[in-house]
Structures are given as C-alpha cells and as structure tokens.
Design a protein around this ligand. Structure first.
Ligand code: SF4
Ligand code: SF4
Ligand code: SF4
Ligand code: FES
Length: 364
C-alpha cells in the first residue's frame, strides 16, 4: 500500500512514508551508484556517491539517507552528476593503492567495479597513500589500512549489529582513520573474529586470512598426510560461492573434490557435534546431580565464547567445558583415527573447512 507518489527522472513511483530516495529509485528500476551504503546497515552517508538533484530547488541530496517526501521529484543521472561522482571516485582512488592484481578482492570489489563503470583510466590528483602497516596479528582477519576508504560499514556492523565496539573512527577531518579502538592491533582489541566486518567491507581492506598456500605446500610434501573435516554449513555455502542456487546441497561433489586435492580422508564435523552433545549432556547431568551451577550454556561458535569471555565474564562458569565439534574431530583425527589407520600423528596435516573466520581463531 502506498502513501503517496514521488518522481524519479519523471517516472511516478508509489512509495510509503519512511522509504529513502534510493529505495524509491530502485523501485522505479533506476540504479543510483553507492559505495558506503549497505542494505543491512543504517545509511551512514559518508561517500557522497549517491547524490541526486532535487527538482525545483538547488538542493543536492544523498539518496541513500534522504527520506521521500510528498511532491518530491529528483534527477538521478545527468552530465553534471556523472562528473561529480567521477571526481569523488578519483579522490578516493588518490588515497588508494593500485594493486588490484595482487588484491584478495580483485574481481569482487565494489570500488574496482565503480572505477570501471565511470571509465577512470587516469589519476588527476596527487596520490597520497597511508603508511600504516598491514595488521596480520590475528589468526583469521587481516586489516590493510592503506586500502580502507573510510566508508564506515565495518564500524557500524561491529558496533551496532555485533555490539563489540572493536573498530572505530579515530581523528578528525582529513586525518580521520578507521582502526581498532585506541589504534591497537586487532589481536589486542576486543574483536571476537566474527568476520562481519569482512563480509560488509566493499573493498579489500579487511579480509579473511588465507591458508590455501599452506594446503598446497602440504599437498606437495610426501611426508604429509592430509585429512579434512567439513562443517555442515559448507555443503550449501560452497555451492553458493560457485554460483549455484541458494540452498543447493553438494556434499558428494565436495568429498570428491577434496579427495582429488590429495586428502587421504574427509570427515564430517556432524560426527563431532554428536560427541560434543554427549559431553555436554554428561556435564549437565553431573551439574544437576552434584548441585552445580545452572543453567548450563553451550555454543559451538568461538565468537560467542569469546564474546562471553570479554563482555560477560561473570557468566563463564555457566558455559560448558566441552570442546566444539571442530575441536572434537581434530582431536579424534590425531589420536583414535591416526592409530586405527596406522598413521604417525606428527605427519598428519589436519584441515577444517568451516563457514566462519572465528573458527580459525579457535584453532590456536
Ligand atoms: S580493494 Fe579493490 S580497487 Fe583496491 S586494490 Fe583491491 S581490488 Fe583494487
Ligand atoms: S571480526 Fe567482528 S568483532 Fe572483530 S572487528 Fe570485525 S565485526 Fe568487529
Ligand atoms: S575497512 Fe572496509 S568497511 Fe571498514 S571503513 Fe575501511 S573500507 Fe569501509
Ligand atoms: S552511498 Fe549514499 S553517501 Fe555513500
């Protein structure tokens, strides 16, 4: 049900109160370029790429955050808007390294796509790159400050959605930087390695640590025996990343592919989940019969455990001491399974394919 109509490039669109100009334009089939905006987050309005002209006034408004009002009529595309947006992008690129070929986001980068869309081939502005070093302090997440375009998505997701407050903007004006609180290393910050900043970053500034090279090294080492475990979620998650329809289950293909990649065995983390549940069940019965602390809390998510440790230490005694399913399988692989197979555990290279960055932190 619509409340009123607005005009986008002369096209009348039914809208409801509270919608943004960007949402109205999308409804009209008009694509306005955006960079800092993300559907999951409250519009931050930092990049200015989504500017549109309000007809009948000299006003330029940011479509991602401006609400529709009765009688509104906007122009989203003309030569002047194109040139302003292009200049904004050139300014962003003047503080951004041109290292796409070696960048983890090459081919999947919103800034790269926009630069191509606006035909940016030269840099008219003086290039000023950050000299802040890459932060590789955590086992799962890498932060490259020189690639950060200060869009604010990671800060918002970390603070408003995750409630962690590990990231923030520091400084003022041109000197503002995005960094872990007090400019500390991520490892020393309250970060719980949930990976949501990685998922929301539009560029290659904050990303998952890649261990593929370690796997290839083990694959080519005749002394190593690779054994893999796969989490339940990846049998649909991997399908999605290979472009298959959401929800497609490819368990058998995954098993076959891993065996072709040199693994001597592939184990299902579901088995570890059964072990965890049995351990947790025994612990609960023990707590109930011995007058232990209740309720007993459990989670297989290391980010959740980390969050309790950092933010609710008074609840720690409630958390079950059972290993997570991934740790259960890893322990069984190196002990019971290695013995059954007659493999020296020291020669085992264990790999866990998990759906989340926090699992990498759990391994250390
Ligand atoms: S973040 Fe994007 S634009 Fe920047 S180097 Fe990486 S791929 Fe290129
Ligand atoms: S991984 Fe999670 S907790 Fe850590 S900085 Fe990113 S969003 Fe915040
Ligand atoms: S790290 Fe990424 S998401 Fe965070 S401010 Fe920089 S560019 Fe934006
Ligand atoms: S997308 Fe609207 S200001 Fe960045």
């Amino acid at each position: 049900m619509s409340d009123f109509q607005v005009k986008i490039n002369g096209i009348s669109v039914d809208v409801t109160r509270g919608m943004t100009v960007l949402q109205a334009a999308t409804q009209a089939g008009v694509k306005i370029p955006t960079l800092c905006y993300h559907d999951d987050l409250v519009p931050f309005g930092s990049c200015g790429l989504c500017i549109v002209k309000q007809e009948g006034s000299a006003k330029i408004i940011r479509a991602c955050s401006a609400p529709v009002v009765e009688g509104l009529s906007v122009i989203t595309h003309d030569t002047e808007l194109f040139e302003v947006r292009k200049t904004i992008l050139e300014l962003i690129l003047s503080t951004h390294p041109s290292t796409c070929l070696s960048c983890i986001r090459n081919g999947e980068c919103e800034l790269q796509d926009l630069a191509a869309e606006f035909g940016i081939r030269e840099q008219p502005f003086e290039v000023r790159l950050s000299d802040r070093p890459k932060d590789t302090s955590t086992a799962s997440i890498v932060f490259e400050p020189e690639k950060c375009i200060k869009c604010g998505r990671c800060v918002q997701v970390c603070q408003d959605l995750q409630g962690v407050y590990a990231l923030e903007f520091i400084g003022r004006g041109d000197m503002t930087v995005m960094a872990p609180a007090a400019m500390m290393k991520l490892e020393d910050s309250p970060c719980v390695r949930c990976g949501q900043c990685v998922v929301h970053c539009p560029v290659g500034a904050i990303y998952e640590k890649d261990q593929v090279a370690d796997y290839i090294k083990a694959m080519n080492d005749p002394e190593k025996q690779i054994v893999v475990q796969i989490a339940p979620a990846i049998r649909v998650g991997l399908s999605e990343s290979f472009g298959l329809p959401v929800g497609t289950v490819t368990t058998k293909k995954i098993y076959a592919a891993i065996r072709r990649l040199g693994a001597v065995a592939v184990h299902d983390t579901n088995f570890g989940a059964d072990l965890t549940i049995m351990e947790e069940g025994s612990e609960l019965l023990g707590r109930m019969s011995d007058g232990g602390l209740l309720p007993q809390l459990t989670s297989c998510c290391p980010a959740w455990i980390d969050y309790v440790q950092k933010y609710y230490p008074d609840l720690l005694e409630h958390v079950s001491s059972a290993k997570s399913p991934m740790q259960m399988v890893g322990a069984v692989q190196k002990t019971y399974w290695a013995e059954k197979m007659g493999i020296d555990p020291a020669k085992l290279f264990t790999v866990a394919i998990m759906p989340c960055t926090a699992k990498k932190h759990e391994t250390i």
